[in-house]
Design a protein around this ligand. Structure first.
Ligand code: NAD
Ligand code: TYD
Length: 330
């Protein structure tokens, strides 16, 4: 297949591109704006096997260039961090909502299949049980609200124009190449440096952890076998409260729990996410990596790949970290 992968220089997108080039021999075009979260280094071993277009999904000219001759579009491109969306939602509206609209228009003009990568956060929080694809959409943060808006727009292009759309909603991902603003890489790198580990509130919020390659395979399944107009949930095999995730990281890095510090909770913090993935399983997908094994591999990857994170920790990330945690951590 010839695929246009938007946001292919980010965390999940780069792992997906690697999987498609390595295991499927796909011809891949990557369109990426290279924001703080998108890096050519994420594709260091694959970049020479893809066509890379540096541009924004909300730019119709860049999109028209990148979409030329492809069979399908897979859209990972997004602003993705909930805390940043709380501090400043602007870029989330532009990329997640307007950007998706520009891509949909281009896919309609080209008549190609469109897979939107979405998130469990569109359903909001669930105390017990799991969300199915039929559950109501009740996003809580500016991030999840803009992802929900994008999902609704994607659905409208199926109903109104007959565009072949598929939506795949993943739960919290973890693994190599994740920018250290997110819980797991932030805690791993802080622990490796003996820095404080900032847990929001009581740390009893629960996330449904999905290894990044399992999500990549799930998206591939939805792309190849999903019915037009349908939504497929792709949830991880295990759930874990945040405090336990952090305690496991403390132990895997040979540290002491005294590094853990409870800080002010995130506003509007969703308590628990959980997805039922029966519908995707019926297409033949199954998560292969359990949390204990995936977390151990992830900690080992960060330990062994200082070349990847050192430039991040010494760059703009420091400023972000000071702004987000400086006061709380003294
Ligand atoms: P990320 O922040 O690591 O990467 C986002 C990528 O999109 C970067 O390469 C960035 O440069 C690019 N990008 C941002 N704005 C752009 C624009 N306007 N035009 C072109 N490129 C742009 O994000 P991620 O964690 O890899 O998430 C990828 C997708 O998966 C997102 O759509 C996200 O909503 C979804 N998702 C993420 C998770 C998770 O746990 N991280 C879970 C479920 C779904
Ligand atoms: P995050 O990785 O930001 O993903 P999401 O908000 O999309 O689930 O956060 C995962 C969980 O970890 C979430 O409940 C918030 C919490 N968290 C902390 O307790 N401390 C932190 O420093 C961060 C970044 C997250």
């Amino acid at each position: 297949m010839k695929l246009l992968v938007c946001g292919g220089a980010g965390f999940i997108g780069s792992n997906f591109v690697r999987l498609r080039v390595r295991d499927h021999g796909d011809d891949v075009v990557v369109l990426d704006k290279l924001t703080y979260a998108g890096r050519r280094e994420n594709l260091h071993d694959t970049l020479d096997q893809v066509r890379f277009v540096h541009g924004a999904i909300e730019d119709p000219d860049a999109v028209a260039d990148a979409i030329e001759g492809v069979d399908a579009v897979v859209n990972f491109a997004a602003e993705t961090h909930v805390d940043r969306s709380i501090a400043d939602p602007d870029a989330f509206l532009r990329t997640n909502a307007i950007g998706t609209y520009v891509l949909l228009e281009a896919a309609r003009a080209a008549g190609v299949r469109f897979l939107q990568v979405s998130t469990d956060e569109v359903y909001g929080s669930i105390e017990e049980g799991s969300f199915t694809e039929e559950s109501p959409l009740q996003p809580s943060s500016p991030y999840s609200a803009t992802k929900t808006g994008a999902d609704l727009l994607v659905a409208s292009y199926f109903h109104t124009y007959g565009l072949e759309t598929v939506i795949c909603r993943g739960s919290n991902n973890y693994g190599p190449y994740q920018y250290p603003e997110k819980l797991i890489p932030l805690m791993v790198l802080n622990a490796l440096h003996g820095d404080k580990l900032p847990v929001y509130g009581d740390g009893m919020q629960v996330r449904n952890w999905l290894y990044v390659e399992d999500f990549g395979r799930g998206i591939g399944h939805a792309l190849a076998h999903g019915a037009p107009g349908e939504v497929y949930n792709c949830g991880g095999p295990d759930e874990c409260p945040n405090i336990e995730v952090v305690e496991r990281i403390v132990s895997l890095t040979g540290n002491d729990a005294s590094l853990i510090e409870h800080v002010t909770d995130r506003p509007g913090h969703d308590r628990r996410y959980s997805l039922s993935s029966e519908k995707l399983r019926a297409l033949g997908w199954e998560a292969q990596v359990h949390f204990a094994e995936g977390l151990e591999q992830t900690v080992a990857w960060y330990r062994e790949n200082a070349w990847w994170w050192e430039p991040i920790r010494s760059g703009d990330y420091r400023e972000y970290y000071e702004r987000q945690y400086g006061r709380a951590l003294g």
